[in-house]
Design a protein around this ligand. Sequence first.
Ligand code: NAP
Length: 645
Amino acid sequence: MTAIRIPGTDDDLRRALDDVNLPTLLLVLTQLSGDARWMGERYRPAPIVAPEGSLFPDDSGGYDEEIAAEIRAGAFDLLRQVRDEGGELPPAPTLAGMRRMMAFSTAEPVEDEFCAMLLEETHFVDRDEDWFAALQQAVARRDEDDFRVLVVGAGPAGICAGIKLAKAGVSYRIVEKNDSVGGTWYENSYPDCGVDTPNHFYSYSFDRNPNWSGYFSKRDELYAYFDACVDKFGIRDAIELESEVRAMRYDADTRLWSVDVRRADGGVETLEANVVISAVGQLNRPNIPEFEGLESFEGTSFHSARWRHDVDLEGRRVAVVGTGCSAVQLLPKTAAKAAHTFVFQRSPHWVLPNENYYRPVEAGLVWALNHIPFYAEFHRARMIFGFMDRNWPAVPLDPAWEHTDRAMNEISDGMRAALTEYIREQLGERQDLLEKCVPQFPVLAKRPIIDNEWYPTVARDDVDLVTEEIVAVRPNGIETSDGMVHEVDAIIFATGFRSNLFLWPMEVVGRSGTTLGERWGDYPRAYKGMLVPDYPNLFCLYGPNTNIVHGGSILYTIECQVHYVMQCLALMLGRDAQALEIPEQINDAYNDEVQEISKDLAWGHPNVHSWYKNSDGRVVNNSPFSNLEYWSRTHDVEPNRYRMS
Ligand code: NAP
């Protein structure tokens, strides 16, 4: 049993109770007191609704003042008593208990599977128990140097893998090409760079940060979080910075990977490892289009992920090429500085209204997340309920739906209508821009962008939205298909990443001598996005068909994958095998299913051109599953599916 310790004064408690969410507080009361009254009819919350203009659903419960005061008073009395008299922390909820509580506080039916996932995501249940003991014992039976894992990349995925490997006592190293950890949150530092998933979900389940300053934090805070995790979990010493993997080869005789790593001094060292975990991400090799004449440009040009902080844009004429998430985030601050900005749009994206994008986390809520027992767990659970798969029904094609040119189904069409209206409102007097701003493809065919003053910015007098195709870059600017040369001093390429080339530019040579590039060509595919036939003991995190579009947190996906990989290691070592490989036919069947599903999802729609698709239109980046289904499919290792030797 764990003793409960609640610090602070009565006023601290009162202030916290003013800022917390009441349906969440009711779960705390129920869990702490065991008193069923708090889930009685009197306190049943109103259903959750999403008010216009807010990404946050209104989940306040809709109580009148009298009932709200009653709940707060009940919580105050109980928490003060526990604070003053002490008490033991009751056990975590059971699956049935979690289901009852979630159904009550969301006023919607919830499934067992969803609640089983929530128990892990809230860390009420430690999912590591599925592999920890088996792996630890298997590792302990071997000599220390007999089994080594090499992780490639120290971004959010590599850090997560390192933390779990360290926990199990596996001998591992992490090599990172940059001079710092943090991956995407290190590399991207453009103005207003931030996350588009609420932070109380966008954080590891095993290290929820109760102190996020905003609901959607900015780059510096995100970078600091991941950097702090490296120390908190003691993996810094295992990370070798400025160490870029150039090539790796699998030796079928020794069943080892030989990995060529280029060090900071330019020298190449070859490391050997039994297992390689690729954690290189999908979005870190900048894509700069090969425009004719690009090299002749006499101004400054750079990619959004390589922001030139030494270049002062004040009073300059600036081109922003691209209208994806990065462009939307960086445009308002850039346009505010520049004398004139040209935004080059190939296709418009759907942009979601969000009044809460800059909302700071209330001081009382921070206190509650830190000090009120169970509050942080239930807060995260309800955040996941609201942001994970809630938009999924708008994604699959309804076979009976007639307007397939514009939407996937009726829900998707309703979203189109609401968002079109939003664009209309936002453009104010510039209704002439409406046609340019409404996408041809269904909502969720691309990850929707959270609004960042995009429309008012493109409507500014000193901003031009250029939709003619770029045909060339000239020494003094950008030429478009109408023959105009838009004269600029600087070009910012917010043109995304070479995301279809998974693991590129590493040369990865498999058992039979084929490189991954040769094997995949334009159609990268892996079993559950992680394992590839002919490449034993190689695990890819955030590999093919694992990106998420409709909602969710990529850290959730990463944790699902690391959980699966750790089970594979426990299985392999437990059987004294040296190699684990997925057979071709199992991988093929899996990927046939992925493609079969994907073509009828929003991001497979023929009107959409995106980084998710390869040259023949197949979706190779996105997961075809809801987040819950991916959790389920990666939750338990399948011993009979692999070839082990
Ligand atoms: P992106 O979504 O791939 O957008 C690239 C933009 O550049 C698109 O508008 C694209 O046009 C345009 N483009 C590419 N090649 C072009 C060419 N040859 N000529 C003209 N335009 C061209 O890249 P991103 O904005 O960097 O975002 C990448 C991903 O990173 C996002 O999808 C998201 O998953 C993630 N991200 C998230 C956030 C966040 O909010 N947390 C922020 C940034 C990035 P088309 O649309 O016509 O293809």
